[in-house]
Design a protein around this ligand. Structure first.
Ligand SMILES: [Fe+2]
Length: 330
């Protein structure tokens, strides 16, 4: 199935000017800005668009609060787009706008777009890493970065009232593949033609451990950067601008292996600088993880629930008996 990743995310925001400044400081390239519409790009050409919450240009949906109200997913060709639209049109009201982007709303109230989009080619050159007895840099310092410049929009996460309903739609109708299940949290899914561990995470809105409140909300978006140096250069720059992280500081998730730094966003939810994420192909065998065991390999500022004891080993391959997420009761 043909989705390659994210083409554009469309925010509805409460404090428009503050959000424009935030994304500039975060490292996105501003392409357009007037009093009620801003457009940013990352290096790949993937886009972030901002409108004031309630603006008629934001697709209608059942999402509660500010955040990403529509994600426009990318396909590589018009043929791919036509195939998806033909299938979805059987039971959805699909409209195609003047740019050729298709829009529809799912039965669970999420606005989704589909667009022909090819990411812009770009190059990363992370500094080679030394270790005792392993010299990859002799007489060469690491790069000195003054701030982060996000390269990609890697994944976007929402909390759903019914995670299994969302998973069935994303997998059966849009061709996403299960990467992993986190017990009591939800599904990690990747677009059918992406190797990134997850293009989205379908999170259970009733999971109070991570602060979810039982509503269909935007949770966070991940911006891919080069390596840990760029994550921390971004954090250092943002700290000087007066922004704080989400209380965890720098860390690495055990599920996906991704390095992270999350910040609360004035645009709703959080933004994440990410790097060194697992890449998967169809040889990957999905796993089912304990929620706490999956969360962190290490984390700078440990949440209280992790301080009490180290989580026990809790990961197995998904089997037919464990392939379905077990919802938390509200
Ligand atoms: Fe994330």
């Amino acid at each position: 199935m043909p989705i390659t990743g994210i083409a554009e995310i469309i925010y509805g925001v409460e404090d428009f000017d503050t959000c424009v400044q935030f994304f500039e400081d975060f490292g996105l390239s501003k392409r357009h800005n007037d009093s009620d519409h801003a457009l940013f790009e990352v290096v790949s050409g993937q886009r972030v668009r901002l409108y004031p919450l309630g603006d008629s240009r934001i697709p209608k949906s059942e999402l509660v609060g500010p955040g990403v109200h529509e994600c426009i997913w990318a396909v590589a060709s018009q043929d791919d787009l036509d195939d998806l639209v033909a299938d979805l049109s059987q039971d959805h009201d699909v409209t195609v706008d003047e740019t050729g982007t298709a829009h529809f709303v799912t039965s669970f109230g999420q606005a989704i777009g589909l667009r022909v989009f090819q990411p812009r080619p770009f190059t990363c050159a992370p500094s080679p890493t030394n270790a005792p007895g392993v010299v990859n840099r002799m007489n060469v310092p690491r790069k000195w970065l003054s701030r982060a410049i996000p390269k990609t929009i890697s994944h976007c996460v929402w909390t759903f009232l019914d995670v299994n309903e969302a998973f069935d739609f994303y997998s059966e109708r849009l061709g996403f593949k299960m990467s992993d299940i986190q017990k009591g949290v939800g599904y990690y899914i990747r677009a059918g033609r992406s190797t990134n561990h997850h293009s989205s995470m379908l999170a259970d809105a009733n999971q109070a451990l991570f602060g979810f409140d039982g509503k269909f909300r935007f949770h966070h978006v991940n911006f891919g950067v080069e390596d840990l140096d760029e994550i921390m250069a971004g954090k250092t720059y943002m700290t000087r601008k007066g922004y704080e992280d989400n209380g965890w500081g720098f860390g690495r998730h055990r599920v996906s292996s991704e390095l992270f730094l999350y910040m609360p966003s004035p645009a709703g939810g959080e933004v994440e600088y990410g790097a060194d994420c697992d890449q998967l192909d169809d040889n990957w065998r999905p796993r089912v993880w304990g929620a706490a065991f999956a969360a962190f390999t290490f984390v700078h500022d440990m949440p209280d629930w992790l301080k009490e004891h180290e989580p026990e080993w809790d990961v197995t391959y998904v089997t037919p008996e464990t392939a379905r997420y077990v919802p938390i009761k509200s």
